[in-house]
Design a protein around this ligand. Sequence first.
Ligand code: CP
Length: 308
Amino acid sequence: MRSIIDIQDLTIEEIQALIMTACDIIRDPNKYSSACRGKKLATLFFEPSTRTRLSFEAAMYELGGYVLSVSSGSSSSAAKGESVADTARVISCYADIIAMRHPKEGAAYVAAQNATVPIINAGDGGHSHPTQTLADLLTIHLEKGGFGDLTVGLCGDLKFGRTVHSLIKAMSRYPGVKFVLISPEELKLPSYIKKDVLKKNDVPYEQTTDLAEAIPQLDILYMTRVQKERFFNEEDYLRLKDSYILDPKKLEAAKKDLCIMHPLPRVNEISVAVDRDPRACYFKQVLYGKYIRMALILMLLEEAGACV
Ligand code: CP
């Protein structure tokens, strides 16, 4: 049974096919309105979410299917001590496909080992968030026309930011991509990603603490939130939370066709005045996330022989 735990579970060709399906859905949504008729998606979210859970659910409804939802650990038998493995086996009895978010790294992998239906990792701790990356890639495809020859600035919490980790893994596979890693010293990209992804694939990158200095060279600026929930002490969080605030003044030095992205939710790291800038793409990212999740649900259910 095929599950998607990490963006590297998808080949470049499969990602391209998903993007093409998502673009076709955008062009002609009616063509897909019964594609998953009678099928059920379970969303199991043991960590808060607005976009990922609701976009998965909207995606399944727009494919003509049904949704079963657990929106918090405290409202399920996880609160009584049920394991992720048992939960996955049990929900497999009710649903044809499961999207799961969990605060522990590796939880989606454990679920996939025990489920009898496809598992989609909707975020596991600080590890991976492959469907956010698919939304990011669809956004970059639509805004930039492709993935090669781009200088991508990643700014904020690069240590715990699972969306950043997944995006680096995905974009390192395309030629001509360079990364500019912008973070405080304490929130630098983990060395295992530098070693196993960037250095292993000879992907050029530079590290800096200075957003203003980095901005002029960027084609994409991917801002991220400093995540309170990943810190062990509040003092460190308070010291680092406003390290970077993107505002119209800083953007004066940016390219005219810069694509400003953010997985959201934002707190302070992008000033609301930036929302009016035509280069702001983060709300488009939200919408594209629904279409690419429709494409992924379709692909996995078709592979499992469960879809018309
Ligand atoms: N981008 C993202 O994962 O948002 P949510 O936490 O709201 O799902």
